[in-house]
Design a protein. Structure first.
Lengths: 298, 304
């Protein structure tokens, strides 16, 4: 790395115009489709707009409306709950499966591929697969009936008390393999000498996990955390395909509420304000991700 | 050649751990050890079976008849075999056209975004551009934004441009939104290519375009392969951008058309399952064919 660094510095400082174009064209494409719309999004959150007449500037009116909006409160609480449950469980299960499947041995490729396969499905396809299982006459209720838990049978997606959790499960099913792959790479990076030394010192399995594995995985944990937070706040497809946020907003997330407010109720100003709230929730993670990227890019 | 190793960490470790594995059977097999191996396979197989169960179920459901499902329930064992669900999803449900739309969007988007991203990454990693780090992070930052903040302005922007409800709009926004991440990953990869290779080319009179096209791009092939596999599935699986800039059913890619199918064939689970199989088949094929690149790609994107 040091070699490349010094080589770069000794290179001529004059940059050929074609190289400038190499950067500017993609930058303009992103500016046109991302940065410029993002600025508009922030501005629109300060307006009242039905998409037909010109947007009317109303200052922080949309934000003060949120304070009294019960659906917003539900969606915000659900989003935080989603972040904790979906995030926490996918990290825990991802690490667990990675530890289970970390050693190279016979059959390991199959097991890993089985857990990873759902990652390549679209969330919509994932949702439909699970929707069939959640039906009143579907597999889950049949299994419950067969093992004598018939009393637990539910219309999982139609019940206000279960819809939210019923939507998390397919999302988890798809995410665990992804997190597992990240942790597998992290576990491979740990020097085996550390474990051998610990064994010589008589450390138990738990002590090895607690004092070697976890500290050594610190950088991977940071990666997983950002991936999970960013993915959680983006979660939309699976909820949209399964419940549209219902019944009675019980599985509503900020992302689904934003979409239906903007594109079904055509309250574009209020929808933009909801999007800004999502942005603020993601902001901390985005910044920390960029800080790590900045250090790495050095 | 140094480049290959960074993208394929899996192979290195396999080689490293192999001697320990072969050494084990030479010792007399202890019962405890055998028991532990059996326990491992038992739990790993159970876990895999649990994970594959929904996939098996959807495959089975897609080959049942509607009458069978109506009579015995969607969760029962199959009593019939028929590919009628596939025919209905493919022809009447519009999955065929939707799959074509998906390909018309996905293939150009992958090509354009990786083309543009590799150019930017090349310029940012191989030349002393002013503010290069700021530009790199700005581009990455754009990709990290929650898409919700962009939805309303992007749909309005495509209307103003006259490409609302056209596939061009979807290609445009997917390229613009994705390019920042690809630049970042490719920059990290290209930065590790030794400067001497480039200097030798400069002495031979090669211009920036030749260096990019003839030297850096071929050396970056492992990273490009990984990103191709990864971006193909991301773009192919997208729903949100599609339903934001498209309106007509005949324009929708396969994910959005699957939602249409869900509304159109309520409780005809054989058709819905067949539609899901059709929608998932291309990405599963990419995964099975390029599994190593795929996994490498996920790890390439992880900022340590």
């Amino acid at each position: 790395m040091a070699l490349t660094g010094s080589a770069r510095r000794s290179r001529a400082t004059r940059v050929p115009p074609v190289v400038l174009a190499f950067v500017l064209v993609p930058l303009l494409a992103e500016g046109f489709w991302v940065f410029w719309p993002a600025l508009q999004g922030f501005y629109l959150s300060l307006t009242s707009w039905d998409g037909l007449a010109a947007p009317k500037f109303i200052g922080l009116g949309n934000y003060s409306e949120m304070l009294h909006d019960a659906v917003f409160r539900t969606a915000a609480v659900n989003t935080v709950l989603w972040l904790l449950l979906f995030g926490g469980l996918s990290a825990a299960l991802g690490l667990g499966t990675a530890m289970l499947l970390q050693k190279e041995r016979r059959g390991i490729g199959f097991y890993r591929a089985a857990l990873f396969l759902p990652v390549v499905f679209s969330l919509v396809a994932t949702a439909l697969v699970w929707q069939a299982m959640y039906q009143p006459d579907g597999l889950i209720n049949n299994v419950l009936g067969a093992v004598g838990l018939g009393g637990w049978k539910h219309a999982w997606l139609a019940d206000q008390d279960t819809a939210f959790y019923a939507v998390i499960v397919p999302a988890l099913w798809r995410q665990v393999g992804y997190v597992m792959v990240l942790y597998l790479a992290g576990l491979k990076g740990i020097d085996p000498v550390l474990y051998e030394a610990a064994k010589v010192d008589g450390a138990t399995r738990w002590q090895q996990f607690r004092h070697i594995t976890l500290p050594q995985l610190r950088s991977v944990n940071a990666v997983v955390l950002s991936v999970i937070v960013i993915d959680s706040l983006r979660s939309f497809d699976v909820v949209w395909a399964l419940t549209r946020g219902g019944p009675y907003h019980s599985s509503e997330l900020l992302s689904t509420y934003m979409y239906s407010t903007a594109f079904q109720s055509l309250r574009l100003g209020y929808g933009s304000a909801l999007a800004v709230v999502i942005f603020l929730l993601a902001f901390g993670v985005i910044v920390s991700y960029l800080v790590r990227a900045f250090r790495e890019a050095d | 050649m140094t480049a290959t190793h960074t993208a394929a960490p899996a192979e290195d470790t396999e080689v490293r751990t192999a001697p320990r594995e072969t050494a084990a059977p030479r010792r007399p097999l202890l019962d405890g050890r055998r028991l532990r191996t059996a326990g491992f396979h038992l739990s790993a197989a159970a876990l895999s079976a649990l994970w594959l169960l929904p996939i098996v179920l959807v495959l089975v459901t897609s080959t049942r008849t509607f009458d069978d499902i109506a009579a015995h329930g969607v969760g029962s064992m199959p009593h019939s075999f028929s590919l009628d669900g596939f025919r209905q999803a493919w022809v009447d449900g519009g999955q065929q056209r939707a799959l074509v739309n998906s390909m018309l969007v996905t293939l150009p988007t992958v090509a354009i975004s990786l083309g543009l991203a590799s150019m930017a990454a090349f310029a940012l990693s191989r030349y002393d551009l002013p503010l290069r780090r700021v530009l790199l992070l700005l581009m990455l930052g754009g990709n990290l934004l929650p898409p919700q903040i962009l939805l309303i302005p992007v749909s309005r922007l495509s209307e103003v441009l006259g490409i609302y409800d056209r596939l061009y709009a979807l290609i445009g926004v997917q390229v613009g939104f994705g390019v920042g991440f690809y630049v970042f990953v490719l920059h990290g990869f290209m930065r590790a290519i030794p400067g001497e290779i480039q200097q030798a080319a400069v002495i031979d009179g090669a211009g920036p375009w030749q260096i990019y096209w003839r030297i850096i791009l071929p050396l970056a092939r492992p990273a490009l392969a990984a990103l191709t596999a990864l971006s193909f599935t991301w773009i192919f699986n997208d729903l949100l951008w599609a339903i934001t800039v498209l309106r007509t059913d005949s324009q929708m890619p396969v994910t959005a058309s699957l939602i249409g199918l869900q509304g159109q064939y309520v409780s005809m689970w054989n058709v819905i399952a067949a539609g899901s199989v059709i929608a998932a088949a291309p990405t599963v094929a990419v995964f099975l064919r390029f599994q190593r690149h795929f996994v490498a790609g996920l790890n390439l994107g992880a900022v340590k």
